[in-house]
Design a protein around this ligand. Structure first.
Ligand SMILES: Nc1ncnc2c1ncn2[C@@H]1O[C@H](COP(=O)(O)OP(=O)(O)OP(=O)(O)O)[C@@H](O)[C@H]1O
Ligand SMILES: [Mg+2]
Length: 316
């Protein structure tokens, strides 16, 4: 059992009536990996997490945690979770709540350590129903840590947190991952996925669209943006330049998304009137929008073409 992956989905499917919330997902997460789950509202992130935790059963396919059915791994305290929907909390102090949860596990974390990792040391004596939204979020993190799990599953863990609390949260999460633990988190903050995950899995309509590092996703989405001043020059033919997958004209600058920036730049440089040339990687935001097919131009009236690359071969 030692070499079993932390998480293994095999063709797992979950339907709600006609909706295929999770649609034949194959996903393996090795021990020690930190994986971000990205996707639009309704993409299937929470359903995936519910299957993973055994809160829901797949209608077909199967899910294993450490080679076991989810319920067994959860009961053994190997999994800690922070779910998206919060429930009303009882009138106990932060320390009492974390202590109570920790006692339910066979080999819990020391309560002081869980409180410290979650940034709650100064709030340990405070009643849990008298906390701000962000503080309550940290209590949920401490509760997820209490059993000293090997696998931490976090559904939009930073949704209510201010900038500083998000920073503190990710520092704690990374510290926890560095101990060799496995983390799966969903988020709508792409920069968090970029900064904190080893690997990003993009889902849409219950399917995995892309799976790789942030850099791989950016490359798959059309790699690089080559921009330059038009200086009144022609815009025709830009989409035909080598490597170019999309063209956008903003003001007097052309922005070319390119899958082969070397070829694009070399061809452009052969023209005499190129000024202010810049080459930059696409943002993870752009990559995400391209991957999920939401191509929303910031200035549609001046866009000459909105074609994006459609074939995204990204497997590990
Ligand atoms: N209990 C339910 N009953 C019926 N349909 C559901 C239920 N839960 C989820 N769905 C549907 O399944 C799909 C996936 O929902 P899910 O909650 O997994 O999305 P999500 O990626 O977590 O979205 P969000 O970013 O909004 O949290 C959606 O179409 C949703 O409407
Ligand atoms: Mg969700």
């Amino acid at each position: 059992m030692k070499n079993e992956p932390a998480v293994a989905f095999e063709a797992a499917t979950k339907t709600y009536g006609d909706v295929r919330a999770v649609d034949g997902v194959d996903l393996t997460i090795r021990r020690g990996e930190t994986v971000a789950l990205l996707g639009r509202n309704g993409a299937g992130k929470s359903t995936t997490i519910n299957l993973l935790l055994g809160l829901d059963e797949p209608v077909s396919g199967r899910v294993r945690l450490f080679g076991e059915p989810p319920a067994r791994a959860v009961a053994a305290g190997r999994v800690g979770a922070m779910l998206q929907d919060t429930r009303p909390v009882p009138r106990v102090t932060v320390r009492e709540l974390v202590t109570f949860v920790a006692r339910a596990y066979p080999a819990p974390m020391r309560v002081d350590e869980a409180l410290e990792l979650a940034g709650l040391t100064g709030l340990a004596g405070r009643r849990v129903d008298r906390l701000s939204g962000g503080q309550a979020q940290r209590v949920r993190f401490a509760v997820a840590l209490a059993g000293n799990p090997e696998l931490l599953v976090l559904d939009e863990p930073t949704a209510a947190l201010d900038v500083e609390a998000r920073q503190t949260f990710w520092d704690a999460m990374r510290g926890y991952a560095r101990r060799g633990n496995t983390v799966l988190f969903s988020t709508h903050y792409l920069e968090e996925a970029d900064a904190s995950a080893d690997r990003i899995v993009v889902v849409d309509s219950g399917r995995i669209l892309a799976d790789g590092t942030a850099d791989q996703l950016k490359r798959a989405a059309g790699g690089t943006v080559v921009s330059f001043d038009l200086a009144g020059g022609p815009t025709e033919g830009l989409s035909l330049l080598p490597g170019v997958t999309a063209v956008e004209i903003r003001g007097d600058r052309a922005h070319l998304r390119s899958a082969d920036s070397d070829a694009t730049v070399l061809t452009l440089a052969a023209r005499d009137s190129i000024r202010g040339l810049e080459v930059a990687p696409v943002s993870l935001n752009d990559a995400f929008l391209a991957l999920t097919g939401v191509t929303k131009s910031t200035s549609p009236s001046t866009s000459t073409s909105t074609s994006t690359s459609t074939s995204l071969e990204l497997t590990r």
